[in-house]
Design a protein around this ligand. Structure first.
Ligand code: HPA
Length: 234
């Protein structure tokens, strides 16, 4: 089974909203739908009701495990820090920095006597990413490559000084979910390609303060990304 995890903007697509099923995992429940053989999992639950710092990431990823998912494309709305990925564009994430705290971010939680220190030299699946990139280009899109994503805890947005610091740390984009989720996906042994799409310039980089793309633009962008993801997994 193959899956798409979607968050802000992406989860407005009907495929994340219709024919929803609930699964109870050992970490709690999660929600998904299966359409044309692909599993769609809304990260923030149906209706986008859970903020990033309160998502039950372990239940979401355990649901993928329990449902036999081996490959996932995970999609993230982000703010742009560098021009590598500017607002209105999307691209593949190559690496991440995780600054989130107080989250359940490992399956090795002391419930068993075993644990593994999972290597993260290559956090994402290169073959799946390349397939997504090829499909994007073939369908007439351009995409950014090699983005570095920094995960903040949220739910507040960042200060300008924080964003300046994150740029100096090497981050291209900022969001609140990928670090926690990607860690669990890899621990679970699921191949993962992460796609980021930018809906704003991060704090301090936009003369107007923080302004987000309009809903219609986000919807169009989300539609394009989901179509490429479905094509890649089909
Ligand atoms: N900061 C953090 N998360 C985000 C942003 C941002 O500017 N935009 C979309 N998700």
């Amino acid at each position: 089974m193959k899956a798409i995890i979607g968050g802000t903007g992406i989860d407005k697509d009907r495929r994340f909203q219709e024919n929803i099923e609930r699964i109870v995992t050992k970490y709690g429940d999660a929600y998904y739908s299966v359409i044309d053989g692909i599993l769609f999992l809304p990260r923030h639950r149906p209706g986008h009701s859970v903020p990033p710092h309160m998502i039950n990431y372990k239940a979401n990823i355990q649901a993928l495990v329990d449902l036999g998912v081996e490959e996932v494309i995970s999609i993230y709305a982000v703010g742009s820090i560098t021009r590598r990925l500017s607002p209105g564009r999307f691209g593949l994430v190559r690496d991440f920095i995780d600054l989130a705290y107080s989250r359940e971010n490992t399956f090795f939680d002391g419930s068993t006597r075993e644990f593994r220190c999972t290597p993260f030299v290559e956090p994402f699946d290169r073959v799946l990413g390349a397939k997504f990139a090829k499909n994007a280009i073939t369908s007439g899109s351009t995409l950014a490559l090699d983005c570095v994503y920094i995960t903040t805890n949220g739910p507040r947005l960042e200060t300008p000084a924080e964003i300046m610091a994150y740029r100096n740390m090497g981050a291209d984009v900022v969001g609140m979910t990928l670090g926690t989720e990607a860690a669990l996906i890899k621990e679970a042994g699921i191949r993962n390609a992460a796609v980021a799409y930018s809906i704003n310039w991060a704090a301090g980089l936009d003369a107007e303060g923080i302004s987000f793309l309009e809903d219609e633009t986000i919807e169009r962008l989300a539609g394009t990304i989901i179509a490429i993801a479905v094509n890649t997994l089909s």
